[in-house]
Design a protein around this ligand. Structure first.
Ligand SMILES: *Cc1c(COP(=O)(O)O)cnc(C)c1O
Length: 430
């Protein structure tokens, strides 16, 4: 960073201060991770200069020989990783990937069903403040209050009543395995397509520690920066490509044959222009990493770590939605201990522990306050932490939440957290 230090000391200082934060705090946000040096180098490379609208071999710009190879590698590695017939690595984010799929599988104001945001869904699954809620007729299903798991009676009932064209499974705060097979049964019964939004567990799926979406989902979308540990971005996959069932027509060439072609043109030119070739190269790097045995072991450790935090929190009398976890995250309901999610997030941050406040199912508080926090283990597992370290982390959290107004105690814990982090160094070469 010798250049930026000279030309823009303000941004240089900001990056340095963020580096310091990442090194010295416990990162428990379930959607965050620490990408490798190789991923970061690719993201910071001169590939950012290249315009490459289109797809490999079919670009609207010259000079694409090198970036074509990068995108081909990214797609091939991704297909191998997920045992998929088709991959699109151009979506700038998970939200863009979802928009790209909706654009193909739905027409304006078509009915579509997804998990309620307050029950673990995502903004792009029909929130009124998101394009999805404005462009489509979203019906939400929820989880059962007693079990915290998807209420399949409700899913069946609403599917029969509203006949959605598309059902979306997966979410942002669902601690259990996504029930692909059960959703497929519902989708088949009404002739709907099934989309898996696996933005959260995709790394676990790639590593084989979460059930595969195939052969149940027609299409899946994901981010590349959560459990997959790549650069910030999105992707779309088809397990098997299939013939365009909607008889969609291209303005010049007539009927489009395959859904893969529709997805490609939905992303570009449909909703995006030039792809981020530096990010696509970094995705290729991350997919290569994810194909290794180390990554499989890493993913297993993520889940062991999440279970270890869950066990300790339960011992300390916390209420966990669904009573535990199968994945990389837990959702803690704080309503019984009289601390809001917002207050917990703030106080934990003061103690050097980063989590996010989160709605819990049937939450009585607003989305800006909330009754819960979400805790995830992908980032701390990347630092090399194991089960015994998770027990320690659960205790740190407990000490803050049980005495939220004891500032002196919080300062003491912050000091201990700093020392703890120092024994798991990260980005020492930066
Ligand atoms: C994170 C997430 C997304 C969107 O990802 P962005 O890259 O932030 O746009 C979409 N769906 C789900 C379920 C997510 O958790």
């Amino acid at each position: 960073m010798k250049n930026i230090k000279q030309t823009d000391v303000e941004i240089y200082d900001i990056i340095k201060s963020e580096l310091k934060r990442q090194r010295n705090t416990l990162e428990l946000i379930a959607s965050e991770n620490f990408a490798s040096y190789s991923v970061i180098e690719s993201t910071g490379s001169i590939l950012t200069n290249k315009y490459a609208e289109g797809y490999p071999g079919k670009r609207y710009y010259g000079g694409c020989e090198s970036v074509d190879m990068a995108e081909d590698l990214a797609r091939d590695r991704l297909k191998e990783l997920f045992n998929a017939e088709y991959a699109n690595v151009q979506p700038h984010s998970g939200s863009q990937a979802n928009m790209g799929v909706f654009n193909v599988f739905l027409n304006h104001m078509d009915t579509v069903m997804g998990l309620d945001l307050a029950h673990g869904g995502h903004l792009t699954h029909g929130s009124k403040v998101n394009f999805s809620g404005n462009m489509y007729n979203f019906i939400s299903y929820s989880v059962l209050e007693e079990t915290g798991r998807v209420n399949f009676d409700e899913v069946w009932e609403k599917a029969k009543k509203y006949k959605p064209k598309l059902i979306i499974c997966g979410g942002s705060a669902y601690p259990r395995f996504v029930e692909f097979e059960k959703f497929k049964e519902v989708a088949d019964s009404i002739g709907a397509h099934l989309m898996g939004d696996v933005a959260h567990p995709s790394g676990l799926i790639a590593a084989g520690v979460h059930p595969s979406p195939w052969p149940y989902c027609d299409v899946i979308t994901s981010t590349t920066h959560k459990t997959l540990r790549g650069p910030r971005g999105g992707m779309i996959l088809l397990g098997k490509d299939f013939e365009n069932p909607w008889n969609k027509i291209a303005p010049k060439s007539g009927r489009i044959k395959m859904v893969s072609e529709l997805l490609d043109s939905s992303i570009m030119p449909g909703i995006q222009g030039g792809p981020l070739m530096h990010v696509i190269a970094a995705k290729a790097v991350a997919f290569k990493e994810a194909l290794t045995d180390e990554f499989k072991e890493y993913s297993k450790q993520i889940v062991r770590n999440a279970k270890a935090i869950a066990d300790e929190m339960l011992k300390l009398d916390y209420k966990l939605i669904s009573g535990g976890t199968d994945t990389h995250l837990i959702l803690v309901d704080l309503s019984d201990i009289g601390v809001s999610g917002k207050m917990a997030e703030n106080k934990l941050e003061d103690a050097g522990i980063t989590v996010n406040k989160n709605m819990v199912p049937f939450d009585k508080k607003s989305p800006m306050i909330t009754s819960g926090i979400r805790i995830g283990t992908p980032a701390v597992t990347t630092r090399g932490m194991k089960e015994k370290d998770m027990t320690k982390i659960a205790k740190f959290i407990d000490q803050v939440l049980k005495n939220p107004s004891d500032e002196q105690n919080i300062r003491k814990i912050k000091h201990e957290v700093n020392e703890f982090c120092a024994s798991f160094p990260i980005y020492e070469d930066l």
